[in-house]
Write a protein that binds this ligand. Structure first.
Ligand code: NDP
Ligand code: 2IT
Length: 450
């Protein structure tokens, strides 16, 4: 058994039910195998054995009182994975599916994604199995206050800086910030994704989606293709999906479908983004409402999907952007996309494609952009928010967007260069993993055994 396989097997024995975490670690370790052979120093310094264990993992009870006066109890997490390149940094996810495995896979991915941005950012993730859907603003506020009443002692502008993710947007960040400020009696840039009225960066809300499209543009143009007129499908209809669609439309592409956890909207006339924003952004509604205003569109309920299929990927398209959640695009979906002539798959969500789906797409020469490279624009702009807060400055929208587009181009170029140097290929999964890993690993060696 190889050194890497041995580490993966031991990880599975140590944490037997953390499938998402195994998946994320396996992908990274297999990708970096060529450089482990070339640089034995990483093995000598036990970099791999160290990097796969979080520096610190915090688990806590979150109890709060709902509008009916009943006590509710949720699980709270923060996984502080790596502080080698900077303060722990990464989002908070509030979704009923949250568990330790999901927190650890997201925290682990965040280390390498943040490294790729070139900014001083460590890697972390946190969240809760709390479901904000169907809750009143007062309930969300009381939950956030209870969550922060424990988290505050572990975070800080130079220690650990959380942000949003699934189920956590500007509203939740506001309530979390208010409680943090009250508890520590200090106005710190301790969270990013804040309202632009009181410390948030311009373009942070748009940054992940816009960055994904910038990444796609770089990749396509390098391969003689253009976004104009391309049929695009974007899964999800949350923050990342909405601003991916917005930038695609601004750059002349056509978006024909999007989705949520309950179903798909397929609109051959082109998705009306303002209507989607109204339904999803303003009140977390259901996409079914879209069809009421647009009777020519088609709604496909998730209940009708065959087993092991997500029907959004069976709609013929040129470019697919999975922007909802992990493992939402599997091998069957990949085969269907290939059959219908897909040219590129750009990952917007974290780890949305299963490993066999990625293999299948790459084997059929579909251009493939891995999430840790393509969606790094969100956390990069969080880095800009930290810089603005620390220097008491406010940059305007265009300044932030220009910086974002430069970072996305750099991430693309660096990932491609590393794929060429170490794998003699243009495989961006390998290139992004090697580029992200090398920077962290070299810094770990320089910082000693701590
Ligand atoms: P939001 O909560 O704003 O939106 C999530 C969207 O995905 C919703 O449309 C939701 O549907 C759908 N969804 C969530 N979970 C599931 C599920 N289990 N099955 C099917 N659909 C689901 O989250 P974001 O847009 O912020 O995040 C989307 C993805 O992007 C995540 O993987 C996140 O980690 C990643 N990401 C987010 C960044 C950010 O800055 N926000 C940065 C980089 C990556 P419904 O409305 O029905 O719940
Ligand atoms: O997955 C991610 O990169 C995010 N949810 C954003 C993290 C951040 O700190 O902005």
């Amino acid at each position: 058994m190889s050194y890497i396989q041995n580490i993966i097997e031991n990880l599975k024995i140590s944490y037997p039910i953390q499938n998402e975490f195994h998946q994320a670690v396996t992908e990274v370790l297999i990708s970096i195998e060529p450089i482990l052979k070339q640089y034995p120093i990483y093995q000598e310094h036990k970099v791999i054995e160290r990097i796969i264990e979080p520096e610190r993992e915090i688990y806590f009870r979150v109890s709060w009182v709902d509008d009916k006066g009943c006590i509710q109890v949720n699980k709270g997490y923060r996984v502080e994975f790596s502080s080698v390149l900077g303060p722990y940094k990464g989002g908070l996810r509030f979704h009923p599916s949250v568990n330790e495995s999901i927190m650890k896979f997201l925290g682990f991915e965040q280390i390498f994604k943040n490294s790729l941005t070139g900014l001083m950012l460590g890697g972390a993730k946190g969240g809760s199995n709390f479901d904000p859907k169907g809750k009143s603003d007062n309930e969300i506020m009381r939950f956030c206050q209870s969550y922060m009443s424990e988290l505050f002692r572990h975070i800080g502008a130079k220690t650990d800086v959380p942000a949003g993710d699934i189920g956590v947007g500007a509203k939740e960040i506001g309530y979390l910030f208010g409680m943090y400020k009250k508890l520590v009696n200090r106005y710190d840039g301790v969270l990013t994704g804040k309202s632009t009225r009181w410390g948030g960066s311009m373009a942070r809300k748009e940054a992940t989606g816009y960055g994904i499209v910038y990444f796609a543009k770089n990749l396509l143009e390098d391969n003689g293709l253009f976004l104009e007129g391309k049929r695009c499908i974007v899964s999800g209809s949350g923050n990342v999906a909405i601003y991916t669609m917005e930038k695609l439309l601004l750059l002349g592409a056509k978006v024909i479908a999007c989705s949520d956890s309950k179903g798909i909207i397929h609109d051959e006339h082109g998705i009306d983004l303002e209507l989607i924003k109204k339904i999803k952004d303003e009140n977390r509604g259901s996409l079914e409402e879209y069809q009421v205003s647009k009777p020519n569109s088609k709604y496909i309920a998730a209940e009708s999907y065959p087993e092991n299929r997500n029907l959004i990927w069976s709609i013929p398209c040129d470019i697919a952007f999975p922007c909802a959640t992990q493992n939402e695009l599997n091998i069957n979906d990949a085969k269907e996309l290939i059959k219908n002539g897909v040219k590129a798959v750009i990952e917007g969500a974290n780890m949305p494609s299963t490993p066999d789906a990625i293999k299948e797409l790459q084997a059929h020469n579909v251009l493939f952009a891995p999430s840790k490279a393509a969606n790094a624009g969100g956390v990069a702009t969080s880095g800009f928010e930290m810089a603005q807060n620390a220097s008491m400055q406010k940059w305007d929208f265009d300044e932030v967007e220009d910086k974002l587009s430069v970072i996305m181009k750099n991430i693309y170029t660096t990932s491609l260069e590393n794929a060429k140097i170490f794998d003699n290929s243009s495989n961006l999964v390998i290139g992004a993993n090697i580029a992200g890993f090398k920077k962290v690993a070299d810094a770990m060696i320089e910082q000693g055994v701590v």
